[in-house]
Design a protein around this ligand. Structure first.
Ligand code: HSE
Length: 409
Protein backbone atom coordinates (compact mmCIF):
# COMPACT_ATOMS: atom_id res chain seq x y z
CA UNK A 1 0.00 0.00 0.00
CA UNK A 2 1.03 3.60 -0.63
CA UNK A 3 2.01 5.61 2.48
CA UNK A 4 0.47 9.02 3.15
CA UNK A 5 2.60 11.16 5.48
CA UNK A 6 0.96 13.63 7.81
CA UNK A 7 2.34 16.45 9.97
CA UNK A 8 0.56 17.73 13.06
CA UNK A 9 1.07 21.39 13.96
CA UNK A 10 0.36 21.97 17.66
CA UNK A 11 0.49 19.10 20.15
CA UNK A 12 -2.09 20.38 22.64
CA UNK A 13 -5.36 18.69 23.62
CA UNK A 14 -6.66 18.18 20.09
CA UNK A 15 -3.30 17.62 18.35
CA UNK A 16 -2.25 14.90 20.80
CA UNK A 17 -5.73 13.35 20.48
CA UNK A 18 -5.27 13.22 16.69
CA UNK A 19 -1.88 11.49 17.04
CA UNK A 20 -3.32 8.97 19.51
CA UNK A 21 -6.37 8.12 17.41
CA UNK A 22 -4.23 7.76 14.27
CA UNK A 23 -1.94 5.28 16.03
CA UNK A 24 -4.67 3.41 17.88
CA UNK A 25 -6.92 2.99 14.82
CA UNK A 26 -4.15 2.69 12.20
CA UNK A 27 -5.50 -0.59 10.80
CA UNK A 28 -9.11 0.51 10.33
CA UNK A 29 -7.96 3.93 9.08
CA UNK A 30 -5.79 2.23 6.41
CA UNK A 31 -8.76 0.06 5.49
CA UNK A 32 -11.06 3.09 5.17
CA UNK A 33 -8.51 5.24 3.32
CA UNK A 34 -7.21 2.40 1.12
CA UNK A 35 -3.74 3.72 2.04
CA UNK A 36 -1.50 3.60 5.07
CA UNK A 37 -1.51 6.94 6.83
CA UNK A 38 1.10 7.84 9.44
CA UNK A 39 2.22 10.83 11.44
CA UNK A 40 5.69 11.74 10.21
CA UNK A 41 6.28 15.05 12.01
CA UNK A 42 4.85 16.98 14.92
CA UNK A 43 5.61 20.69 15.20
CA UNK A 44 5.42 22.28 18.63
CA UNK A 45 7.62 24.80 20.39
CA UNK A 46 7.10 23.06 23.75
CA UNK A 47 9.01 19.81 24.39
CA UNK A 48 6.81 16.75 23.88
CA UNK A 49 7.01 14.51 26.95
CA UNK A 50 5.76 11.29 25.37
CA UNK A 51 8.86 9.36 24.20
CA UNK A 52 7.18 7.85 21.15
CA UNK A 53 5.78 11.10 19.78
CA UNK A 54 8.80 13.17 20.83
CA UNK A 55 10.85 11.30 18.20
CA UNK A 56 8.67 12.92 15.52
CA UNK A 57 9.00 16.42 16.96
CA UNK A 58 10.55 19.42 15.30
CA UNK A 59 10.26 23.00 16.49
CA UNK A 60 10.83 24.30 12.98
CA UNK A 61 7.77 24.49 10.71
CA UNK A 62 9.93 24.87 7.57
CA UNK A 63 10.99 21.21 8.01
CA UNK A 64 7.36 20.30 7.25
CA UNK A 65 6.91 23.01 4.64
CA UNK A 66 9.93 21.78 2.67
CA UNK A 67 9.22 18.06 2.97
CA UNK A 68 7.58 16.95 -0.32
CA UNK A 69 6.61 13.63 1.26
CA UNK A 70 4.23 15.32 3.70
CA UNK A 71 0.97 15.65 1.80
CA UNK A 72 -1.42 16.48 4.64
CA UNK A 73 -0.96 18.99 7.45
CA UNK A 74 -3.18 18.96 10.55
CA UNK A 75 -3.38 22.42 12.10
CA UNK A 76 -4.40 22.21 15.76
CA UNK A 77 -2.52 25.27 17.00
CA UNK A 78 -5.63 27.46 17.29
CA UNK A 79 -5.95 31.23 16.93
CA UNK A 80 -5.24 33.39 13.92
CA UNK A 81 -1.54 34.16 14.34
CA UNK A 82 0.99 31.42 13.64
CA UNK A 83 -1.87 29.08 12.63
CA UNK A 84 -2.84 31.45 9.78
CA UNK A 85 0.75 31.78 8.56
CA UNK A 86 1.46 28.02 8.66
CA UNK A 87 -1.87 27.13 7.04
CA UNK A 88 -1.25 29.51 4.16
CA UNK A 89 2.30 28.29 3.67
CA UNK A 90 1.20 24.64 3.78
CA UNK A 91 -1.50 25.23 1.14
CA UNK A 92 0.91 27.23 -1.03
CA UNK A 93 3.38 24.34 -0.73
CA UNK A 94 0.68 22.11 -2.26
CA UNK A 95 -0.35 20.27 0.91
CA UNK A 96 -3.93 19.70 2.03
CA UNK A 97 -4.72 21.16 5.45
CA UNK A 98 -7.16 19.77 8.01
CA UNK A 99 -8.14 21.83 11.05
CA UNK A 100 -10.31 22.15 14.14
CA UNK A 101 -9.54 25.89 14.30
CA UNK A 102 -12.92 27.63 14.11
CA UNK A 103 -11.45 31.08 14.69
CA UNK A 104 -9.21 30.77 11.64
CA UNK A 105 -11.94 29.27 9.43
CA UNK A 106 -14.47 31.91 10.52
CA UNK A 107 -12.03 34.81 10.01
CA UNK A 108 -10.02 33.69 6.98
CA UNK A 109 -11.92 30.73 5.52
CA UNK A 110 -12.78 32.52 2.27
CA UNK A 111 -9.14 33.36 1.55
CA UNK A 112 -7.74 29.98 2.66
CA UNK A 113 -10.31 28.06 0.61
CA UNK A 114 -9.47 30.21 -2.41
CA UNK A 115 -5.75 29.35 -2.03
CA UNK A 116 -6.65 25.66 -1.64
CA UNK A 117 -8.68 25.88 -4.86
CA UNK A 118 -5.83 27.56 -6.71
CA UNK A 119 -3.35 24.91 -5.57
CA UNK A 120 -5.81 22.06 -6.19
CA UNK A 121 -5.60 20.80 -2.60
CA UNK A 122 -8.16 20.55 0.19
CA UNK A 123 -8.80 22.69 3.26
CA UNK A 124 -11.13 20.68 5.50
CA UNK A 125 -12.61 21.70 8.86
CA UNK A 126 -15.29 19.22 9.99
CA UNK A 127 -14.02 19.51 13.60
CA UNK A 128 -14.37 23.29 13.68
CA UNK A 129 -18.11 23.12 14.48
CA UNK A 130 -19.78 20.63 16.82
CA UNK A 131 -16.59 18.74 17.79
CA UNK A 132 -17.21 15.12 16.82
CA UNK A 133 -20.66 15.72 15.29
CA UNK A 134 -20.82 15.43 11.50
CA UNK A 135 -22.27 18.78 10.42
CA UNK A 136 -20.01 20.36 7.76
CA UNK A 137 -20.34 17.37 5.41
CA UNK A 138 -24.12 17.05 5.88
CA UNK A 139 -24.53 20.73 4.98
CA UNK A 140 -22.11 20.69 2.05
CA UNK A 141 -23.01 17.28 0.65
CA UNK A 142 -26.15 15.61 2.01
CA UNK A 143 -28.37 18.71 2.10
CA UNK A 144 -27.33 20.40 -1.14
CA UNK A 145 -30.69 19.68 -2.77
CA UNK A 146 -32.26 22.19 -0.37
CA UNK A 147 -32.61 25.91 -0.15
CA UNK A 148 -31.45 26.19 3.46
CA UNK A 149 -33.16 28.95 5.39
CA UNK A 150 -32.18 28.51 9.02
CA UNK A 151 -29.45 27.00 11.16
CA UNK A 152 -29.24 27.28 14.94
CA UNK A 153 -28.09 25.36 17.91
CA UNK A 154 -26.11 24.77 21.04
CA UNK A 155 -22.61 25.21 19.68
CA UNK A 156 -20.45 25.46 22.77
CA UNK A 157 -19.89 22.51 25.09
CA UNK A 158 -18.36 24.47 27.96
CA UNK A 159 -21.24 26.91 28.38
CA UNK A 160 -23.82 24.16 27.93
CA UNK A 161 -22.03 22.19 30.65
CA UNK A 162 -22.08 25.24 32.94
CA UNK A 163 -25.78 25.99 32.27
CA UNK A 164 -26.71 22.34 32.78
CA UNK A 165 -24.92 22.24 36.14
CA UNK A 166 -26.63 25.51 37.13
CA UNK A 167 -30.01 23.90 36.43
CA UNK A 168 -29.03 20.91 38.58
CA UNK A 169 -28.16 23.44 41.33
CA UNK A 170 -25.64 23.92 44.10
CA UNK A 171 -22.53 24.46 42.01
CA UNK A 172 -20.94 27.86 41.52
CA UNK A 173 -20.11 29.25 38.09
CA UNK A 174 -16.33 29.19 38.90
CA UNK A 175 -16.37 25.59 40.16
CA UNK A 176 -18.12 24.34 37.04
CA UNK A 177 -15.81 26.34 34.78
CA UNK A 178 -12.73 24.75 36.38
CA UNK A 179 -14.30 21.34 36.01
CA UNK A 180 -14.92 22.01 32.30
CA UNK A 181 -11.30 23.11 31.83
CA UNK A 182 -10.00 20.02 33.62
CA UNK A 183 -12.09 17.83 31.31
CA UNK A 184 -10.57 19.56 28.26
CA UNK A 185 -13.82 21.22 27.04
CA UNK A 186 -13.02 24.85 27.75
CA UNK A 187 -10.43 26.73 25.76
CA UNK A 188 -7.21 27.73 27.60
CA UNK A 189 -8.75 31.20 27.78
CA UNK A 190 -12.37 30.53 28.80
CA UNK A 191 -13.56 34.01 27.88
CA UNK A 192 -14.05 32.83 24.30
CA UNK A 193 -16.49 30.19 25.58
CA UNK A 194 -18.21 32.11 28.36
CA UNK A 195 -18.65 35.35 26.43
CA UNK A 196 -20.04 33.61 23.35
CA UNK A 197 -17.16 34.23 20.90
CA UNK A 198 -16.50 30.53 20.31
CA UNK A 199 -20.19 30.01 19.43
CA UNK A 200 -20.07 33.14 17.25
CA UNK A 201 -17.22 31.71 15.16
CA UNK A 202 -19.15 28.46 14.75
CA UNK A 203 -22.47 30.05 13.75
CA UNK A 204 -20.59 32.19 11.21
CA UNK A 205 -19.01 29.09 9.64
CA UNK A 206 -22.45 27.45 9.49
CA UNK A 207 -23.98 30.60 7.96
CA UNK A 208 -21.12 30.82 5.42
CA UNK A 209 -21.85 27.27 4.31
CA UNK A 210 -25.66 27.35 4.49
CA UNK A 211 -26.16 30.70 2.77
CA UNK A 212 -23.03 30.90 0.60
CA UNK A 213 -21.60 34.25 1.70
CA UNK A 214 -19.04 35.30 4.27
CA UNK A 215 -20.24 36.37 7.73
CA UNK A 216 -17.64 38.07 9.92
CA UNK A 217 -17.79 36.89 13.58
CA UNK A 218 -16.57 40.32 14.71
CA UNK A 219 -19.60 41.99 13.15
CA UNK A 220 -22.47 39.99 14.62
CA UNK A 221 -24.19 40.57 17.95
CA UNK A 222 -22.77 38.29 20.67
CA UNK A 223 -23.98 37.86 24.25
CA UNK A 224 -22.47 35.20 26.53
CA UNK A 225 -23.72 33.54 29.70
CA UNK A 226 -22.07 35.62 32.45
CA UNK A 227 -25.38 37.41 33.10
CA UNK A 228 -27.43 34.22 33.61
CA UNK A 229 -28.27 33.76 37.31
CA UNK A 230 -29.81 30.96 39.34
CA UNK A 231 -32.96 33.10 39.56
CA UNK A 232 -33.26 33.30 35.79
CA UNK A 233 -32.87 29.52 35.58
CA UNK A 234 -35.67 29.10 38.14
CA UNK A 235 -38.01 31.66 36.51
CA UNK A 236 -37.44 30.05 33.12
CA UNK A 237 -38.32 26.67 34.62
CA UNK A 238 -41.67 28.06 35.85
CA UNK A 239 -42.52 29.07 32.30
CA UNK A 240 -41.66 25.57 31.04
CA UNK A 241 -38.36 26.73 29.54
CA UNK A 242 -34.63 26.11 29.95
CA UNK A 243 -31.92 28.70 29.33
CA UNK A 244 -29.48 27.69 26.59
CA UNK A 245 -26.81 29.64 24.73
CA UNK A 246 -27.76 29.52 21.05
CA UNK A 247 -26.02 30.56 17.88
CA UNK A 248 -28.62 31.32 15.26
CA UNK A 249 -28.59 32.41 11.61
CA UNK A 250 -31.46 32.65 9.17
CA UNK A 251 -32.33 33.98 5.80
CA UNK A 252 -34.55 37.09 5.79
CA UNK A 253 -34.86 37.43 1.99
CA UNK A 254 -32.77 36.78 -1.13
CA UNK A 255 -30.15 39.38 -0.17
CA UNK A 256 -30.12 39.37 3.62
CA UNK A 257 -29.60 37.12 6.59
CA UNK A 258 -29.25 37.69 10.33
CA UNK A 259 -26.84 35.95 12.68
CA UNK A 260 -26.21 36.28 16.40
CA UNK A 261 -25.31 34.47 19.63
CA UNK A 262 -27.32 34.92 22.83
CA UNK A 263 -28.83 33.01 25.75
CA UNK A 264 -32.41 32.00 24.94
CA UNK A 265 -35.28 30.58 26.91
CA UNK A 266 -36.23 27.49 24.92
CA UNK A 267 -39.30 25.37 25.51
CA UNK A 268 -38.75 22.13 27.42
CA UNK A 269 -40.66 20.36 24.67
CA UNK A 270 -38.08 21.31 22.01
CA UNK A 271 -35.42 18.77 21.05
CA UNK A 272 -32.64 21.19 21.88
CA UNK A 273 -33.75 21.57 25.48
CA UNK A 274 -32.59 18.01 26.17
CA UNK A 275 -29.13 18.69 24.80
CA UNK A 276 -27.33 18.83 28.12
CA UNK A 277 -23.79 18.75 29.53
CA UNK A 278 -21.02 19.05 26.99
CA UNK A 279 -23.26 17.84 24.17
CA UNK A 280 -24.02 20.07 21.20
CA UNK A 281 -27.17 20.06 19.05
CA UNK A 282 -27.53 21.77 15.70
CA UNK A 283 -30.82 22.20 13.83
CA UNK A 284 -30.82 22.82 10.08
CA UNK A 285 -33.95 23.80 8.20
CA UNK A 286 -34.31 23.34 4.44
CA UNK A 287 -37.22 23.68 2.01
CA UNK A 288 -37.18 20.01 0.98
CA UNK A 289 -35.87 18.47 4.18
CA UNK A 290 -37.94 20.33 6.75
CA UNK A 291 -35.88 20.03 9.90
CA UNK A 292 -32.98 17.82 10.94
CA UNK A 293 -31.08 17.89 14.21
CA UNK A 294 -27.46 16.81 14.60
CA UNK A 295 -26.59 15.80 18.14
CA UNK A 296 -23.44 14.57 19.85
CA UNK A 297 -20.18 15.25 21.63
CA UNK A 298 -19.42 18.86 20.80
CA UNK A 299 -16.07 19.23 22.53
CA UNK A 300 -13.27 17.21 24.08
CA UNK A 301 -10.02 15.64 22.97
CA UNK A 302 -11.17 12.40 21.33
CA UNK A 303 -14.51 13.52 19.83
CA UNK A 304 -12.72 16.42 18.14
CA UNK A 305 -9.88 14.13 17.05
CA UNK A 306 -12.50 11.79 15.57
CA UNK A 307 -13.64 14.55 13.18
CA UNK A 308 -10.09 15.72 12.40
CA UNK A 309 -8.87 12.21 11.53
CA UNK A 310 -11.93 11.60 9.33
CA UNK A 311 -10.91 14.72 7.38
CA UNK A 312 -7.35 13.39 7.12
CA UNK A 313 -8.75 10.17 5.62
CA UNK A 314 -10.93 12.20 3.24
CA UNK A 315 -7.96 14.33 2.19
CA UNK A 316 -5.90 11.17 1.59
CA UNK A 317 -8.67 9.76 -0.59
CA UNK A 318 -9.02 13.01 -2.56
CA UNK A 319 -5.39 13.82 -3.31
CA UNK A 320 -6.16 14.62 -6.91
CA UNK A 321 -9.80 15.55 -6.57
CA UNK A 322 -10.49 18.78 -4.77
CA UNK A 323 -13.67 18.75 -2.72
CA UNK A 324 -15.97 21.66 -3.42
CA UNK A 325 -16.07 23.86 -0.33
CA UNK A 326 -16.27 27.61 -0.29
CA UNK A 327 -18.34 30.76 -0.12
CA UNK A 328 -18.37 34.23 -1.64
CA UNK A 329 -17.52 37.60 -0.16
CA UNK A 330 -20.62 39.41 1.13
CA UNK A 331 -21.96 42.92 0.60
CA UNK A 332 -21.69 45.31 3.61
CA UNK A 333 -25.45 45.21 4.34
CA UNK A 334 -25.81 41.41 3.93
CA UNK A 335 -26.11 40.69 7.68
CA UNK A 336 -29.03 42.52 9.31
CA UNK A 337 -28.46 43.51 12.96
CA UNK A 338 -30.17 41.05 15.31
CA UNK A 339 -31.58 44.05 17.22
CA UNK A 340 -33.97 44.57 14.28
CA UNK A 341 -35.52 41.11 14.56
CA UNK A 342 -38.83 40.65 16.39
CA UNK A 343 -38.76 38.15 19.27
CA UNK A 344 -40.47 37.56 22.59
CA UNK A 345 -38.25 38.56 25.52
CA UNK A 346 -37.76 37.51 29.12
CA UNK A 347 -37.04 40.53 31.31
CA UNK A 348 -36.02 40.65 34.98
CA UNK A 349 -36.12 44.13 36.43
CA UNK A 350 -35.86 45.89 39.79
CA UNK A 351 -38.04 48.78 38.69
CA UNK A 352 -41.42 47.81 40.08
CA UNK A 353 -44.84 47.13 38.66
CA UNK A 354 -45.90 50.65 37.78
CA UNK A 355 -42.95 51.27 35.49
CA UNK A 356 -43.41 47.87 33.85
CA UNK A 357 -47.06 48.73 33.19
CA UNK A 358 -46.16 52.15 31.72
CA UNK A 359 -43.60 50.62 29.34
CA UNK A 360 -45.28 47.35 28.40
CA UNK A 361 -48.96 47.45 29.38
CA UNK A 362 -50.26 44.17 30.69
CA UNK A 363 -47.49 41.59 30.75
CA UNK A 364 -47.29 38.01 31.87
CA UNK A 365 -45.54 38.11 35.25
CA UNK A 366 -43.34 35.16 36.08
CA UNK A 367 -42.19 36.18 39.54
CA UNK A 368 -43.26 38.38 42.42
CA UNK A 369 -41.01 40.30 44.84
CA UNK A 370 -39.55 38.34 47.72
CA UNK A 371 -40.31 34.97 46.18
CA UNK A 372 -36.72 34.19 45.39
CA UNK A 373 -34.20 34.43 48.26
CA UNK A 374 -32.07 37.51 47.71
CA UNK A 375 -34.38 39.14 45.14
CA UNK A 376 -35.07 42.76 46.08
CA UNK A 377 -38.49 44.20 47.02
CA UNK A 378 -39.24 45.49 43.51
CA UNK A 379 -37.96 42.61 41.45
CA UNK A 380 -40.27 41.20 38.79
CA UNK A 381 -39.64 38.90 35.87
CA UNK A 382 -41.97 38.90 32.89
CA UNK A 383 -42.29 37.85 29.26
CA UNK A 384 -43.03 40.34 26.46
CA UNK A 385 -44.94 40.03 23.21
CA UNK A 386 -42.83 39.87 20.00
CA UNK A 387 -40.86 43.10 19.73
CA UNK A 388 -37.50 44.12 18.21
CA UNK A 389 -34.48 44.44 20.48
CA UNK A 390 -34.22 48.10 19.50
CA UNK A 391 -37.82 48.83 20.55
CA UNK A 392 -37.30 46.83 23.75
CA UNK A 393 -34.28 48.95 24.70
CA UNK A 394 -36.33 52.12 24.16
CA UNK A 395 -39.09 50.91 26.43
CA UNK A 396 -36.62 49.80 29.09
CA UNK A 397 -34.73 53.09 29.14
CA UNK A 398 -34.62 54.45 32.69
CA UNK A 399 -35.59 51.08 34.19
CA UNK A 400 -33.23 48.88 36.17
CA UNK A 401 -32.69 45.84 33.98
CA UNK A 402 -31.19 42.76 35.64
CA UNK A 403 -31.58 40.15 32.89
CA UNK A 404 -32.74 40.21 29.30
CA UNK A 405 -33.00 37.08 27.17
CA UNK A 406 -34.78 36.07 23.98
CA UNK A 407 -37.56 33.48 24.07
CA UNK A 408 -37.62 30.90 21.29
CA UNK A 409 -40.83 28.99 20.60
N1 HSE B 1 -14.33 25.18 23.88
C1 HSE B 1 -15.12 24.58 22.89
C2 HSE B 1 -16.45 24.17 23.51
C3 HSE B 1 -14.42 23.38 22.33
O1 HSE B 1 -16.56 24.22 24.75
O2 HSE B 1 -17.39 23.85 22.80
C4 HSE B 1 -15.04 22.83 21.08
O3 HSE B 1 -15.03 23.73 20.03
Amino acid sequence: MYMVNVAILGFGTVGSGVAEVMEENAVSIAHNALEDIRVKRIVDIRDIEDGHFSKMQTKDFSVVENDPDIKIVVETIGGVGVAYDYTKRSLLAGKSVVTSNKELVAKHGHELLSIAKEKNVNYLFEASVGGGIPIIRPITQCLTANELDEVYGILNGTTNYILTRMVQGNVSFEEVLHEAQRLGYAEADPTADVDGHDAARKICILADLCFGKSVDPDRISVQGIRGVTAEDVEYARRLGYKIKLLGRAYRLDEEHITAYVAPHLISKTSLLSNVDGVMNGIVVHGNALGEAMFYGAGAGKRPTASAVVADVIDAAKHMLARKYLGWDESEPDYVVDAADIRMRWYVRTGSGLEEIGRAFGNVRLISYPGEYPGAGPDEYAFATEPITGRELQKRLSGMEVRSLFRILG
